[in-house]
Design a protein around this ligand. Structure first.
Ligand SMILES: [Zn+2]
Length: 238
């Protein structure tokens, strides 16, 4: 279903999908389209109400996405391109040789055969970035487990590093944590914040006051980390 509302002289268009769920959620996509997932029995009025209440947030999100550079199309994986890595910006250095990637100081050195196409260099880079994220996240998760132990979260959940379009992390009903690969572009304290946030969901599934109390306890600097993370945009690698 397609609807729209008028908010501050802007028409917000959105699609509504009725689902087997308890609450209504709103997603703003990178192309600025808006998708609303609502419980099956929702009335149109109730949906419009929720969207109206979130209208400022939707416009803000749309604004953020319109400022983001259309990164992916421009990346060619050649020397001089910048990539985020643990809160730093590393410069890519491309040299000829058999395929491999490693960090040397402030540079990401990618070795690739001369005949490699942009697509092949991209694949090489993506695989490396994914592997790095898996290693780093595993290490951070181990460390974060120490902080949540006192809060009664003792069993380390399974985690996976994956391509995520709308969030930095999520926690499933099956108690698995998914982390956005591109989160490795963020500083360690931001990565920890996302992990700790998801770990708290193992105990408190919703963003209730209880959830925030718990988060505050295990990650006292979370507000700073959250703000810092806002400055981290997508790297446009995937
Ligand atoms: Zn959450």
């Amino acid at each position: 279903m397609n609807y729209s509302i008028n908010h501050k002289e802007t028409e917000i268009f959105f699609t509504v999908e009725l689902r087997n769920r308890r609450s209504t959620s709103i997603q703003v996509n990178r192309d600025r389209s808006v998708r609303v997932l609502a419980p099956k029995l929702s009335t149109k009025r109730a949906i419009l109400q929720v969207v109206s209440e979130k209208a400022d947030w939707i416009l803000k999100k749309q604004g953020e996405f319109s400022q983001q550079p259309p990164a992916q199309a421009e990346r060619r994986y050649l020397s001089g391109e910048k990539f985020g890595y643990l809160g730093r910006e590393l410069e890519l250095k491309l040299i000829t040789g058999s395929a491999g990637v490693e960090i040397e100081g402030e540079k990401i050195v990618m070795t690739a055969p001369e005949y490699f196409s942009t697509e092949q260099r991209k694949k090489l880079f993506q695989n490396w970035y994914r592997k790095q994220s898996e290693e780093i996240f595993a290490e951070r998760l181990d460390d974060c487990m120490k902080f949540v132990k006192t809060a009664g979260i003792r069993k380390k959940p399974e985690f996976s590093s994956r391509i995520m379009r709308r969030s930095w992390g999520s926690c499933t009903a099956k108690r698995q944590i998914h982390l956005n690969i591109e989160l490795i572009s963020a500083a360690v304290q931001c990565i920890d914040f996302v992990i700790l946030h998801e770990l708290c969901h193992l105990k408190e599934p919703n963003h209730s006051p209880r959830f925030y109390n718990l988060l505050e306890k295990v990650c006292p600097g979370w507000k700073t980390a959250k703000n810092e993370l806002k400055k981290t945009g997508s790297m446009g690698i995937y």
